[in-house]
Design a protein around this ligand. Structure first.
Ligand code: TYD
Ligand code: MG
Length: 452
């Protein structure tokens, strides 16, 4: 707001007023006040009031309809999640916990882009060029041609990016970047917002794509103001279980592609390698003949992915039984337990219940309900579910089983991986060669089938 020598001037009547009230005190017009610097030049306030510049308005029909050019990194899963590559002039925010592999991912992208003839600049405020070099030496891809810069001052970053003619600038990270325009420390909410805003303007004005790393908070969202996600064109999250080598890349917002696409990588000794066939990887560790395991097919964006749900119901040692859910919403688990109890006469009342999804995948759609219920029932009766079965369907509060969407695609993926039977809603009878449907209407039927 007004700092030192600024006033607010009405663009309608020209009257000055000391404070911004949304409405001009002189003529009463709404939203006409513009901050105006008094006796000061070169500050932000001046710029705000500058004569409008840039291109004039054009009719939509006159706008080139050629679609977007995209720069492919050749890192298949990364391009896939972005919707086909990096769009010029876009801002991509990549969030993830420390150590998950964000810097590695982006350095690999930069290396690939350089090889494809797209000039890049990799700016790090977290590591020195020496440290970046050490990381680069581990990678299979040669990052030698990438320009690196150890810098945290935003004005210097945009200056060097412009001088170098970089088409893609990687900024690692937004929390270590600061602008001269604010006095607060890097990482401060104002700094993060202002730097992101300036990077956005830089991207739009120069056509340079900017890929920004954002750290995440304990809650798992990108640290900083919520506006950070609004400013970016695309928001990606890079996640995974620390102990496992798999890393999942997911778009939660994408102005140039679909959201919820899932890209899977594995972290190797020599950097990240795209996993072209996630389903087989997620099921690789599955052991046959163990109770409490059920496979389902999730739709991750446009791609079906098979995952294993595991449940363990064990006699509770003390007081209130525990419910521990990993990869599934605990509230959803509570609903499913209640439905099984009331509608199928099973009881988990004095049992501890643990449910997890393999490889750090999260079940975010109700289509996985049936698999969770099957894993629970299988563990309760200590009867392994048949190894060639996948479970597809949503469970209602009445215990009824409802069809999940995109059934054909899910079943086709299951068939590809050798599954021969589908336990699913009787209302989604899909015929696919080599796969038979076992129609279920109610959880009671599921319990009877599995407990038999
Ligand atoms: P990094 O990219 O530094 O993570 P972030 O930027 O998200 O904090 O990745 C760090 C981890 O990845 C570190 O534990 C080492 C591991 N790593 C490998 O396993 N193989 C590799 O080739 C590289 C470069 C890193
Ligand atoms: Mg890093």
């Amino acid at each position: 707001m007004a700092k030192g020598g600024s006033v607010f001037r009405c663009t309608d009547c020209g009257a000055d007023q000391p404070k911004w009230g949304g409405r001009c005190e002189a003529c009463g017009a709404w939203n006409t006040l513009v901050e105006e610097a008094v006796g000061r030049t070169g500050g932000r306030a001046d710029r705000k009031h500058a004569v409008p510049s840039g291109s004039p308005p054009v009719r939509l029909s006159a706008v080139g309809a050629t679609g977007f050019e995209r720069w492919q990194t050749g890192l298949r899963e990364f391009d896939f999640v972005l919707g086909g590559g990096i769009v010029p002039g876009s801002v991509v925010l990549v969030g993830g916990e420390p150590g998950i592999g964000k810097s590695t991912l982006l350095l690999q992208c930069a290396a690939r882009l350089e090889q494809a003839g797209v000039p890049t600049l990799y700016v790090s405020g977290e590591e020195s060029p020496d440290q970046i070099r050490l990381r680069a030496d581990r990678l299979t891809v040669d990052a030698g041609a990438v320009h690196v810069l150890g810098e945290t001052r935003l004005e210097a970053i945009t200056h060097h990016a412009g001088a170098l003619g970089a088409r893609v600038v990687f900024v690692d990270s937004i929390q270590t970047t600061y602008t001269d325009e604010l006095e607060s420390a890097p990482g401060n909410v104002g700094q993060v917002r202002e730097c992101a805003g300036q990077l956005m303007r830089f991207a739009k004005e120069s056509g340079t794509a900017v890929v920004v790393v954002g750290h995440v908070t304990k809650g798992g969202t990108i640290a900083g103001p919520k506006t950070l996600e609004h400013i970016a064109d695309t928001v990606l999250y890079f996640e995974g279980e620390g102990s496992l080598d798999y890393r999942l890349l997911r778009a939660t917002k994408n102005r140039f592609g679909s959201v919820d696409e899932l890209g899977v990588f594995s972290m190797t000794e020599h950097g990240l390698v795209a996993v072209p066939n996630p389903s087989s990887v997620f099921l690789a560790a599955r052991a046959d003949g163990i109770s409490g395991s059920a496979v389902t097919a999730l739709m991750e964006g446009t791609r079906p992915v098979l995952v294993e749900v595991q449940a363990l119901a064990a006699k509770s040692g003390y007081g209130t039984p525990q419910r521990v859910a990993t990869g599934i919403d605990p509230k959803r688990l509570a609903v499913l337990l209640a439905v099984l109890e009331r509608r199928a006469e099973t009881s988990f009342a004095d049992l501890d219940v643990f449910v997890q999804v393999t490889a750090g995948v999260r079940l975010s759609e109700p289509g996985a309900d049936l698999a969770v219920a099957a894993a629970l029932v299988s563990s309760l009766y200590n009867r392994p579910a048949p190894a060639d079965v996948i479970f597809l369907g949503e469970i209602g509060l009445g215990g009824e089983i409802r069809p999940s969407g995109a059934v054909e695609r899910r079943i086709a993926e299951a068939a590809r991986l050798g599954f021969r039977r589908v336990f699913g809603s009787s209302r989604s009878l899909v015929q696919l060669p080599g796969v038979s449907m076992v129609a279920l209407d109610h959880v009671e039927q599921l319990v009877r089938t599995l407990a038999a």
